[in-house]
Design a protein around this ligand. Structure first.
Ligand SMILES: Cc1cc2nc3c(=O)[nH]c(=O)nc-3n(C[C@H](O)[C@H](O)[C@H](O)COP(=O)(O)OP(=O)(O)OC[C@H]3O[C@@H](n4cnc5c(N)ncnc54)[C@H](O)[C@@H]3O)c2cc1C
Ligand code: FES
Length: 281
């Protein structure tokens, strides 16, 4: 974990209500897919707490590292971040948390499904890159509530370049972009009709979507890993603001784990969904 100041290279709007932030760091950094950083504009006193953002894309240079983040404007912290201009500095703490487990996957273990809802998409790009590099076939299911037909969801064009359009299924609840309905509907169809089951499902998105993925992963016996979001105070295990209930698979006892240290990626089976607040996504 490194605490430093990163320089803003660019910070531009993308899609509806999303921004793409490029930062330059003077140190080498190799975050794993699914890990995150805590960011805050350095010249601002308010808000005091940094905000969590997953690494979207990372490139090592001779003199340091370039990192990209895609973020949605939500409240005070992201409003502040939106105002950062090239040359400004950002308080950077990372890489943090545990990412996705993909080391045992090979082209012969089978296809992998990535499933995202809304702002869950950025959590999956580095993973898609890593899996593609290993020659593993990847299919992306991405859902939004609504979209402007002329505007692709932020980051989707990067996935299209990487995976090809035929490997991507998009849904919107109102049919404004892609297929009408919930993203878990084409996923379920694919699982029912597919000649072979995928080796694994990796997902990030709203809790209702993640719960449904847990149900599907049990029904079709496909292991699923999901990246959970929680309100974060510190990002490194001290404030206990980010705990989620988890169930021990042998004793069935419910305990708590910190999303920032033991997560944000958990096995879908591990999370005690019935004890999770509906907003934990
Ligand atoms: C691991 C992880 C990865 C994420 N990756 C992304 C991403 O790539 N892109 C993206 O758009 N979003 C991402 N998010 C969500 C993002 O962190 C939130 O959207 C962002 O924190 C909203 O900040 P805000 O100030 O705009 O909103 P607000 O609603 O004003 O602030 C909410 C957040 O502020 C913090 N906070 C405020 N007050 C307190 C307090 N009193 N005590 C503790 N915490 C407080 C908490 O972190 C809380 O979650 C991620 C979240 C997590 C946990
Ligand atoms: S954010 Fe403080 S313990 Fe996890």
């Amino acid at each position: 974990m490194i605490e430093t100041r990163a320089t803003v290279v660019s910070n531009d709007p993308e899609g509806q209500n999303y921004w793409r932030l490029r930062l330059s760091l003077k140190i080498p950094l190799r975050p794993q897919p699914g890990q995150f950083a805590m960011l805050r504009p350095s010249d601002q006193i308010e808000p005091i707490l940094r905000r969590a953002f997953v690494f979207y894309r990372v490139k090592e240079r001779d003199t340091g590292t370039d990192c990209e983040f895609i973020y949605k404007i939500v409240g005070r912290g992201t409003q502040q971040l939106r105002r950062a201009r090239p040359g400004d500095t950002i308080d950077f703490l990372g890489p943090l948390g545990r990412g996705f487990h993909f080391e045992t996957l090979t082209p012969s273990t089978g296809e992998v499904y990535l499933v995202s809802g809304g702002v869950g998409l950025p959590a999956l790009y580095m993973l898609a890159e890593e899996l593609s590099l290993r020659g593993i076939h990847v299919k992306l299911f991405h859902g939004e509530a609504t979209a402007r037909p002329e505007m692709e969801p932020a980051g989707l064009s990067d996935f299209t370049l990487l995976l090809g359009r035929e490997a991507i299924v998009c849904t919107t609840e109102d049919g404004s972009f892609g297929r009408r309905g919930l993203v878990t509907e084409p996923l379920e169809e694919e699982l029912r009709q597919g000649a072979t089951c995928p080796a694994r499902i990796f997902a990030c998105g709203p809790s209702a979507m993640l719960r449904e993925i847990t149900r599907l992963s049990r029904e079709f016996r496909v292991p699923a890993e999901i990246s959970v979001e929680a309100a974060m105070g510190c990002g490194f295990g001290v404030c206990l603001g980010c705990v989620v209930p988890v169930r021990d698979c042998t004793t069935h006892r419910v305990t708590f784990k910190r999303v920032c240290i033991e997560g944000p990626v958990f096995s879908a089976d591990e999370l005690a969904w019935e004890d999770l607040p509906a907003s934990a996504s």
